[in-house]
Structures are given as structure tokens and as C-alpha cells.
Design a protein around this ligand. Structure first.
Ligand SMILES: [Zn+2]
Length: 56
């Protein structure tokens, strides 16, 4: 578990005490943040959206 502090990229997480897991979308590379709907499938989630999944 290499927890690297998110580099100052977007400055998005100000004051967020719950640091949710993140990983990049396999299609567009944008960071995806954990969502409740993914709580059971997070390990299998590769794409941020249906559009990206269809692109592959
Ligand atoms: Zn994507």
C-alpha cells in the first residue's frame, strides 16, 4: 500500500477528511474517485464511464 500524497494537481481535496481511493481510468486516464455504487466492484472498475468502457 504505497500511499502517496496526491501531488498538487487540481487542488481538489481541500478539507476532505475522508480520503477516498482513487485510480486512473484505463481509457482516458482521468482519476476516478471511489463511489458507493462501486463499493463491491471497485477492484474490477477500470473505466470512469460507459463511454470509456466502450472505447476500451
Ligand atoms: Zn475515462
Amino acid at each position: 500500500m504505497a500511499a502517496r500524497p496526491a501531488a498538487a494537481k487540481a487542488g481538489a481535496f481541500r478539507g476532505n477528511k475522508q480520503s477516498l481511493p482513487q485510480k486512473p481510468c484505463s481509457a482516458c486516464g482521468r482519476p476516478m474517485t471511489w463511489r458507493k455504487r462501486w463499493r463491491n466492484t471497485w477492484d474490477a472498475v477500470k473505466y470512469c464511464s460507459d463511454a470509456c468502457r466502450q472505447r476500451g
